[in-house]
Design a protein around this ligand. Structure first.
Ligand code: ZN
Length: 159
């Protein structure tokens, strides 16, 4: 068998037992439930196995021999020893159907919450300005947060 035929289907490291190496296997075989939330009353889009594996391949940095967060670029920790850096699934455009799947650090995913990627980038830039001392950015951030498309708070009263 050629080296190519014995490469991990995600990171392409040569291995004894294809299709996946010991690092990529548990990630690649992860399945996602469509129901979310404490009451399991939220139905969300989930990737197919092939879409998820595509996202993992896209997140793999061959030079660094690491997965990288699709939003922040930080190296991810698939072992789970550093929970904030655990690779999680993120949907760049929630509510807009399949596609746009990203592998994202757990901490970044929690910060992003239900915001689509565009909203999150704008909100983080404004928040950065506000915490950096630019008070006038508060008004724009307030408008942005008032008009979020998909956000559902875990803490605020249910509307
Ligand atoms: Zn691998």
């Amino acid at each position: 068998m050629s080296d190519k035929g014995r490469a991990c289907a995600i990171c392409e490291v040569v291995i004894e037992a294809p299709p996946f190496c010991v690092t990529c296997g548990p990630l690649a075989r992860r399945r996602f439930g469509r129901k979310r939330g404490r009451r399991r009353d939220r139905v969300v889009d989930v990737p197919t196995g092939a879409q998820w594996r595509d996202a993992l391949r896209a997140a793999w940095d061959r030079d660094a021999k690491s997965f990288r967060c699709g939003i922040s670029g930080v190296r991810l920790d698939p072992s789970g020893l550093i929970p904030a850096l655990y690779p999680t699934l993120d949907h760049a455009s929630p509510g807009r159907g399949a596609g746009g799947w990203l592998v994202v650090a757990a901490a970044i995913n929690d910060m992003k919450s239900d915001l689509d990627l565009d909203e999150a980038k704008r909100a983080w830039a404004l928040l950065s300005a506000v915490v950096g001392g630019t008070r006038s950015a508060s008004d724009e951030l307030e408008r942005l947060l008032s008009g979020l498309k998909h956000f559902r708070s875990r803490a605020a009263p249910r509307g």
